[in-house]
Design a protein around this ligand. Sequence first.
Ligand code: FAD
Length: 440
Amino acid sequence: MNPNWSQFYSEGPEILQYFKTVVQRFNLDSYFRLSHVITGAFWDPDRGQWDVNVQDLQTGKTFVDRCDIFINCSGILNAWDWPKIKGLHSFEGKLCHTADYDTSTDLSSKKVAVIGIGSSGVQVIPKIVDQVEHLYCWIRSSSWMTAGFAQKYARPNGANFKYTDEQKTAFSLNPKAYLEYCKNLEKEISANVKMIQTGTPEAKQARIPGNGFLEALTLNKVTTYLTGVKEITPKGFLDPDGREQEVDVIICATGYDTSWVPRFPIVANGTNLQDIQAKRPISYLSLAVPQMPNYFMIGGPYFSFGHGSYTTMVELFMDNILAVVAKMQKDNIKHLSPTQDATDAFIEHADLWLKRTAWAGDCPSWFKNGTRNGTLTIFPGSCLVLADLVSTPRYEDYDISYWSGNRFAALGNGFSTVEYEEGADAAWYWETRDGLLPSS
Ligand SMILES: Cc1cc2nc3c(=O)[nH]c(=O)nc-3n(C[C@H](O)[C@H](O)[C@H](O)COP(=O)(O)OP(=O)(O)OC[C@H]3O[C@@H](n4cnc5c(N)ncnc54)[C@H](O)[C@@H]3O)c2cc1C
């Protein structure tokens, strides 16, 4: 929790600064290697370890790192590419992609085209519309709109607002009340998932938060085309009537490669996870994959991508993984991975449940790898169901192999470590409920 957010809907630079503060506070940077890319991970069944191939992007040098447990947090919305539009790279003005945006781009009094109105486009358009001379918006397929998540706590019509110094001081001085405020926001955001169940009253509401987006489209200086761009020219683009429109800047808000195929080979016992995911994206609770020992993911197929706060779920998944790691250390486990049975059952349930949702409709979505009718790979239920599901590891769903042939070998010489530690609590299991002694 951070009582110092400057405004209700935070913006990118402030969120980045917040994460940097967290890194500093917990001294995390000593564990990071920036400007290094992982190019492959290979399981060694004898050592029970992953060999991870790493390249230092600054020196070009490569080396192999090793780990007992490999947690892949490489994200899903980060592999971007230019859209395949005829003539795109013949454009002589400034060509940008939202995923790699040059913030020094001067848009004032410029003619600008924005391609796409997914999550990126609907945020970009209202942000730049006041600066530009004329804006051309290309809308190939429809998006559902809402004024913003948790908008009942925002200003009228879901508008953003700045917290006053008095509010920030009050948040700092009264952590209990601030926690309550944060929880209320979280509850509002998580409840949004009800909207995606077809036929429910909530479904009549909308999906993508787009403060000011629809208003922007109504301005005289904005021209909207309800079709895909056919051709870009050196000076601009051809409009739907085939006339050339000249622009200074083209912004592609056209999304990412969301194919679920890992960007680098992840190979265990002759099986490459890239091949598994290319055939059909799978996961066990979006947490792990059968046949991949000691391998976990954050944000894999079937994660809660459209349900609520991503960050909250990341933390809950990490708690689950850390609980598994603690058990592996304590019980002397060499490797574990979810069973195929448990994974198949989860996917069967997910596929059936997801049929009830608006996402299953005849519409393109990155939840379906950009296709209209492809496999939906998001969590089948609300954030609360997912939080409950991952709150305790379900070891009954795992194949477990121990370092010793006897699973009780970790009992060792029959004595607990606390029996050897000076000052350790050798009666830790004694406790009183609610800190109270029973009345005599
Ligand atoms: C326009 C837009 C709006 C969004 N809005 C919201 C929102 O309002 N709320 C929300 O919860 N989510 C939102 N999201 C989703 C957002 O992607 C997630 O919230 C969050 O950023 C995902 O975090 P992550 O750590 O899983 O992945 P990322 O943030 O993508 O981080 C992955 C990291 O792994 C690194 N990496 C990848 N491959 C390798 C490799 N081979 N070697 C080394 N490093 C590698 C990447 O460089 C990156 O630093 C939005 C996304 C977009 C694009």
